[in-house]
Design a protein around this ligand. Structure first.
Ligand code: ARG
Length: 463
């Protein structure tokens, strides 16, 4: 008979058992379920709801079940619905009717909320750590190529020269904010729901503060209906993951472009690429493409949960069982993507001379020539037009700005002198962006020092 079978006169249809069961995915909460039950049991003993002997026996049974679950020896069946009922049933099998006392002053509604909070607290810490590993790879690649110059792009058109290290560190910054968002969301995962019961609390004299302390939570849900109704802490993980994946996807897109023959700026290591079954010459950036592709499912999981939750009346509804697969899928996807990208980025070979060549063959120093005239006293709007005409002239004559003579420059403005040509040197141009946040080697070096500290903090987060 089912644990809730008392009021039923008929057995559940097999198809209904299969349809309503969550055990085949919520078995991932086994560890948290045992931990939560042990704390609950200790609290029941402390408050005299169970006697000490009873609680010892229940805890011993739960520890044995923990081992069985770790070894995979506990068989999962749809008829037992979910992980909570599997563990309870096994406990009763092991220690007899006493096992049935564990569920005193508790419902599966606050129990599942507790498990999800415990699970996410662990996963948030792990996600921040994995972000820090990718940050470390970015720092190393930037440090090893600190002064390599490349074209910076807007509209994917060459815009102004930048340091390759500066470009990489832009991703470092994005990841730093991602880590901050995950760390901030920890506060909402760190609230203890147990004691809410099914929805209204319990008439037993439980000690919620004690359970909170035993489980290491920072706060307690103050409203029992809220505690079993909301999944906002799950949504935060999903939405932070969506933003993180958007960043990873853009990084990957840059890597894919840069490793194409058209750019030829970098080469990803053979061990992180794959080949073609028909074209012998191919080396494909599959890993980066897959990270870009997997971003879609992470967005999807966020939208699924938002949509599932949006019109639910308070409090618990079975719909909410649907919160799990999307979360687990997102956790796996985010962890896998971060894990594979950290070594991929670390082993990138940089073709600095190709990047340098690209800068010297374009007009990306035009802004600096315009700034040069401004420094001679003419308004920026006017100098913008003058340099625009100069570029049009070059395009017509098949020339570059750097190959113009002083005489040619004078057709366009008498203010040009010999020095004008030095401001066309990309190194000079990059070096002159010497303000906080700019691309000069001095500024990038400074940021790298700061970045090392941020990366370390993320690596050591809550350890
Ligand atoms: N398997 C359920 C879930 O994941 C556990 C809570 C069930 N509670 C209930 N009253 N049916 O949401």
């Amino acid at each position: 008979m089912k644990p809730w079978g008392g009021r039923f006169q008929k057995d559940t249809e097999k198809i209904v058992e299969d349809f309503t069961a969550s055990i085949f995915f919520d078995c991932r909460l086994a560890e948290e379920d045992i931990t939560g039950s042990i704390a609950h049991c200790r609290m029941l003993a402390k408050t005299g709801i169970l006697n000490p002997g009873e609680s010892e026996e229940i805890i011993k049974g739960l520890e044995e079940i923990r081992k069985e679950l770790q070894q995979g020896s506990l068989e999962f069946k749809a008829e037992l619905e979910d992980i909570h009922m599997h563990i309870e049933k096994r406990l009763i099998e092991k220690i007899g009717p006493l096992g049935g006392k564990l569920h005193t002053a508790r419902s599966r509604n606050d129990q599942v909320a507790l498990d999800m909070h415990l699970y996410l607290k662990k996963k948030i810490i792990n996600t921040v750590r994995l972000i820090s590993h990718l940050q470390k790879s970015l720092i190393e690649l930037a440090e090893n190529n600190l002064e390599v110059i490349m074209p910076g792009y807007t509209h994917l058109q060459r815009a102004q020269p930048v340091l390759f290290s500066h470009h990489l560190m832009a991703y470092f910054s994005m990841l730093s904010r991602d880590a901050c968002r995950f760390k901030d969301s920890y506060k909402r995962a760190d609230i203890m729901p147990l004691g809410a019961g099914a929805l209204a609390g319990t008439s037993f004299p439980i000690d919620r503060e004690y359970t909170t302390e035993l489980l290491g939570f920072g706060d307690i849900y103050e409203n029992s209906m809220d505690a079993v109704s909301d999944r906002d802490f799950v949504l935060e993980y999903l939405s932070n993951s969506a933003v993180l994946m958007m960043h990873l996807s853009r990084l990957c897109e840059d890597l894919i472009l840069w490793s194409s023959s058209e750019f030829n700026f970098i080469e990803m290591d053979d061990s992180f690429c794959t080949g073609s079954s028909i074209m012998p010459q191919k080396k494909n950036p599959d890993v980066a493409e897959l990270v870009r592709g997997k971003t879609g499912r992470v967005y999807g999981n966020l939208i699924s949960l938002l949509t599932m939750m949006k019109s639910l009346p308070l409090t618990y509804n079975k719909d909410m069982q649907e919160d799990k697969e999307g979360l687990f899928d997102t956790v796996d996807t985010v962890e896998n993507c971060l894990q594979v990208l950290a070594p991929l980025v670390k082993t990138i070979k940089v073709r600095g001379s190709n990047m340098g060549k690209a800068v010297s063959e374009d007009f990306s120093t035009a802004t600096d020539l315009a700034d040069y005239l401004v420094k001679k006293g003419i308004p920026f709007r006017d100098s913008h037009r003058v340099i625009g005409e100069l570029v049009a002239y070059c395009l017509d004559k098949g020339k570059l700005l750097s190959s113009l003579t002083l005489e040619e420059l004078h057709y366009f403005s008498p203010l040009f002198d010999k020095e004008a040509l030095t401001c066309l040197d990309p190194y000079q141009v990059v070096g002159s962006r010497n303000i906080r946040g700019g691309t000069s080697p001095r500024q990038v070096k400074k940021y790298l020092e700061k970045a090392r500290k941020i990366q370390k903090q993320n690596e050591e987060y809550l350890s």
